[in-house]
Design a protein. Structure first.
Length: 507
């Protein structure tokens, strides 16, 4: 394992790390965590964070996912120093634009007899794989094409015969490397396959292109998920064959579901874009992602981005699998909603409200466009302690902006109860009408009025306010009642009380 001194010395060196997503889907939790750890390490060491797009898997490639990946990274604040849209001295930064580079290096290996052409058809290889599987063996290419002279191979290719290129794995060597997390790894090369490095369509395979790119882009530390650990010996074959220096390797622990099973959609393993749409804050997402496999101490869980950059270290990454806990993420998002300045949260809520009203029934809207912002200012203190996502705010506050409707259950709600909802509504309407003007129509005055009404009617406050809550909010749960009435205003409050009175009188 690398010593602490080696890691500390990295601050004085030119640290270069990369995040290299394949555009086969949107950016998910695991990829976002990998990008963040690379970015934090680059920021901590004053190094360079590179974004590279690995887009040579034509069967799975989805071009329409590339921009959303960029957008998700930018939303998280993970900005790259080199890569698409930024340029740099080591480009191009899309593998599909680097094909000539892979072909040149493959040719070097062919010339040095460290690779060879393979003419075996997919059908023939499948038969061999199936035969090995029947015997309970792992498939290893039998080097049928290794002995074909290079000139003969070139002649066959010239005549149009399809061919791939395989790297030659040493028969009796060993590959050793130090992983920051898992320590010294040792692999006997006789257990490695002569895997294909260039397909018959002229495109590179993953392990070849990654090794060439990391070497040419002078990546100093490869920080990626544990699932890539088995790829490392195959990539080191390429490094060795081409005389490249090895980077450091740091394989991050797996991310499991809360129950310890493989992370899936039911645990919340969806795209980062989904969390953004659901109203999660980037501060909360970055904070939570940082805790998936890394810790500063045993108790601290809340970190701002500057604090993460200051405190992040590779030695703080553990070997134990991380567990993605959606409920903890919700809690953390709620914490940030409560504690961030109002000017940070208000624009997000206001956008949701305006989008909601754009699609609402125009006849039900009870507020003018130029009054929306001021009303949100008054609403925010009522809900900031109660919501965990920004999208959740709409379901809690929409009756402040559109008129309410009562379903049959609410119309029948007080039919067989001891309290006379009709009497409560009539007396409340009379009491509210006594309030002189809108300036006096505030929560303090309303609270005093309602408590006095409870005394006059000899009714408990909870029973009486339940009638008012349903009348005003069309629900048994609402924001604080007196503040809600004050925000709705005298006219709208009276209108709703009368509307509910009419609805239950009709029963």
């Amino acid at each position: 394992m690398k010593s602490m001194q080696t890691l500390k010395n990295k601050k004085d060196s030119n640290v270069r790390v990369r995040f290299a997503p394949s555009p086969t889907g949107f950016l998910h939790i695991g990829g976002a965590r990998t990008a963040l750890f690379n970015w934090l390490y680059a920021k901590k060491t004053g190094g360079t964070f590179i974004l590279r797009i690995e887009d040579t898997d034509t069967a799975r490639h989805q071009e329409n996912t590339i921009e959303p990946i960029f957008d998700s990274l930018r939303w998280l604040g993970i900005n790259w120093d080199e890569g698409p849209g930024k340029g740099g001295d080591y480009g191009p930064y899309r593998q599909s634009e680097r094909t000539h580079i892979y072909q040149d290096y493959a040719q070097r290996l062919l010339d040095d007899r460290k690779a060879y052409y393979c003419f075996c058809s997919p059908e023939e290889l499948k038969e061999k794989r199936d035969a090995a599987a029947k015997k309970g063996l792992s498939f290893k290419y039998d080097r049928k094409c290794f002995g074909i002279p290079l000139e003969e191979s070139r002649e066959r290719i010239k005549n149009g015969e399809p061919s791939a290129i395989r790297i030659l794995a040493p028969d009796d060597g060993t590959i050793e490397f130090d992983d920051m997390i898992y320590g010294k790894i040792k692999v006997n090369t006789e257990n490695l396959d002569d895997y294909v490095i260039m397909r018959s369509n002229g495109l590179p395979t993953y392990n070849f292109s990654v090794a060439v790119d990391d070497a040419l882009m002078e990546i100093t530390d490869v920080i990626r998920g544990e699932d890539h650990l088995s790829n490392t010996p195959k990539q080191i074959l390429v490094y060795r064959a081409l005389g490249f220096s090895l980077p450091g390797f740091i394989h991050l622990p797996m991310i499991l579901g809360k129950d310890g099973s493989k992370l899936s959609k039911r645990h919340g393993a969806v795209s980062v874009g989904f969390y953004r749409e659901e109203g999660f804050l980037e501060e909360a997402m970055v904070n939570y992602l940082a805790l998936l496999g890394w810790s500063y101490d045993e108790k601290t869980t809340i970190f701002s981005v500057p604090e993460l950059i200051e405190k992040f270290s590779l030695e703080g990454i553990g070997k134990k699998p991380a567990r993605f806990d959606y409920d903890k993420l919700l809690w953390m998002n709620g914490y940030y909603i409560r504690t961030l300045p109002a000017e940070r949260i208000k624009p997000l809520i206001e956008k949701r409200v305006r989008d909601f009203l754009e699609n609402a029934d125009r006849s039900r809207i009870i507020i003018k466009t130029d009054e929306i912002s001021e009303r949100i200012d008054r609403i925010m203190p009522l809900i900031s302690m109660r919501i965990k996502t920004i999208s959740e705010s709409i379901s809690r506050i929409y009756p402040f902006f559109i008129s309410v409707e009562y379903n049959e259950q609410l119309k029948e709600y007080f039919k067989n109860k001891e309290i006379s909802a009709q009497n409560v509504l009539e007396k409340t309407i009379d009491s509210i009408k006594e309030i002189g003007n809108e300036e006096d129509f505030n929560s303090s005055v309303l609270e005093e009025k309602i408590h006095k009404l409870c005394e006059d009617l000899d009714i408990g406050i909870r029973k009486l306010t339940e009638v008012l809550r349903i009348a005003l909010w069309a629900d048994k749960v609402s924001p604080p009642l007196f503040e809600t009435m004050a925000i709705l205003g005298k006219d709208e409050t009276l209108k709703r009380l009368a509307k509910y009175l009419k609805a239950i009188d009709g029963k």
